[in-house]
Design a protein around this ligand. Structure first.
Ligand code: ARG
Length: 390
């Protein structure tokens, strides 16, 4: 009997996929759900129940949050990877990890076919499949949404009802994808790029707006956040804390028309309070501890790194080589960054590091100035000699 492992979220698409694949291929279907958000016990039980009702023989739910932050999100932070200026890559970072876990689970269960619920015009099909093929050359990938008979969500709801697959009562206006690193929202009225997103479209930051400013300090060690306001915390706690605190000021929202891998432009809005604040603080620290050429060179690497993540090329030799570069640079990215949070804004207001390149005696315009001002004239003459008017 054919066995298929489905990347399962508990949503309508993947529930229908579990059932549909079982019937279509007369297969034994297994559901794999990698938790990179922080599901409650109740949510996990519900996902399990739903998968079984949809016809899964077994469901696996694994907590991948620690690995997700350490090896994916925090690496992108160290790399300074932001796509097209405003997207912190939450979804894009989750896919290669889920692909890796799917392959591992498939191997364990001796399954040769895996399936996902991504659409034909999205980036995620590319990320899943390119990652799976990079890790295994003997695994077949099925993407039923690309070839099954259902054309609309309503078709799927009818199928689900007819086959006793539980359908949630709240009809979904948007397509939402979220994990610890951020939330992505598309569809509905957001498909008109000229129209501002309604306040109700925001999933994490749509509630009350905190107005009283708050001070915040973030401690970094080797490019990774390790403490908040002087208190050491686990990576998961830090990210959860910042999502909540910065999110209460509606910090980390973005709205962009982005260039998808399959060639189309799409409009999506994002909420990534922790990622926004951490990137800002991290880059501020790099400005303090890197000399100019390393800082400027790394900014270029950041762009390439972001493109590799967005374009599904996590398991590529270039991403691995750039990771070695990034890791080497992070040895000195330790210290503390002080921020002020206000509605819709996070501002860095101070920073310290044992590796700081800032020297007061060279920078000061007051007493104690040790800068050799007599060198400046000669320096400038030589420095600009090649382009000086003859
Ligand atoms: N556009 C983002 C990306 O390609 C997010 C995709 C998923 N978004 C969603 N709302 N389901 O990484």
């Amino acid at each position: 009997m054919k066995k298929i492992l489905v990347a399962y979220s508990g949503g309508l698409d993947t529930s229908c996929i579990v059932h549909w694949l079982g019937k279509k291929y007369n297969a034994e279907v297994y559901a794999y759900c990698g938790d990179i958000l922080g599901l409650s016990l109740k949510e996990k039980r519900e996902i399990e129940k739903k998968a079984i009702k949809s016809g899964a023989k077994k469901v696996f739910i694994e907590d991948l949050r620690g690995e997700f932050l350490r090896d994916f999100a925090f690496l992108s932070l160290k790399a300074g990877a932001v796509y097209e200026g405003d997207y912190f890559l939450a979804t894009a970072l989750g896919r290669p990890l889920l692909a890796k876990k799917l392959v591992e689970k498939a191997r364990k269960l001796k399954i040769r076919t895996v399936a996902h619920g991504c659409t034909a015009k999205g980036n995620d099909q590319v990320r899943f499949e390119v990652s799976i093929y990079a890790l295994a050359n003997d695994i077949e990938v099925l993407a039923p949404v690309r070839f099954w008979e259902f054309k609309t969500r309503e078709d799927e709801v009818l199928y689900a009802r007819a086959n006793k697959i539980p359908v949630s009562q709240v009809s979904k206006k948007y397509s939402i994808d979220e994990n610890l690193w951020g939330c992505a929202i598309e569809c509905g009225e957001l498909e008109d790029p000229k129209t501002p997103p309604p306040e109700s479209a925001w999933q994490w930051t749509g509630r009350r707006l905190k107005t009283k400013p708050a001070k915040l300090s973030i401690g970094f060690k080797n490019g990774i956040p390790v403490s908040i306001n002087g208190k050491r915390m686990s990576s998961i706690k830090i990210v959860e804390f910042l999502n909540k605190l910065a999110g209460s000021y509606k910090i980390g929202r973005s709205d962009l028309v982005e260039s998808r891998v399959v060639g189309i432009k799409s409009r999506e809005i994002y909420e990534a309070p922790a990622a926004f604040v951490l990137h800002k603080a991290h880059f501020d620290l790099e400005r303090l501890v890197f000399n100019h050429e390393l800082l400027h060179y790394k900014e270029k690497v950041s762009k390439d790194f972001a493109n590799l993540i967005y374009r599904g090329r996590w398991f590529s030799p270039l991403r691995e080589a750039l990771t070695a570069f990034v890791e080497k640079t992070q040895k000195k990215v330790s210290g503390t960054v002080y921020l002020l949070l206000k509605p819709y804004s996070a501002t860095v207001v101070g920073r310290t590091s044992p590796f700081s390149l800032y020297k007061k005696e060279l920078a000061t315009y007051s007493r104690g100035d040790a800068f050799r001002r007599e060198f400046a004239e000669g320096f400038i003459k030589l420095y600009g000699m090649d382009i000086a008017k003859k």
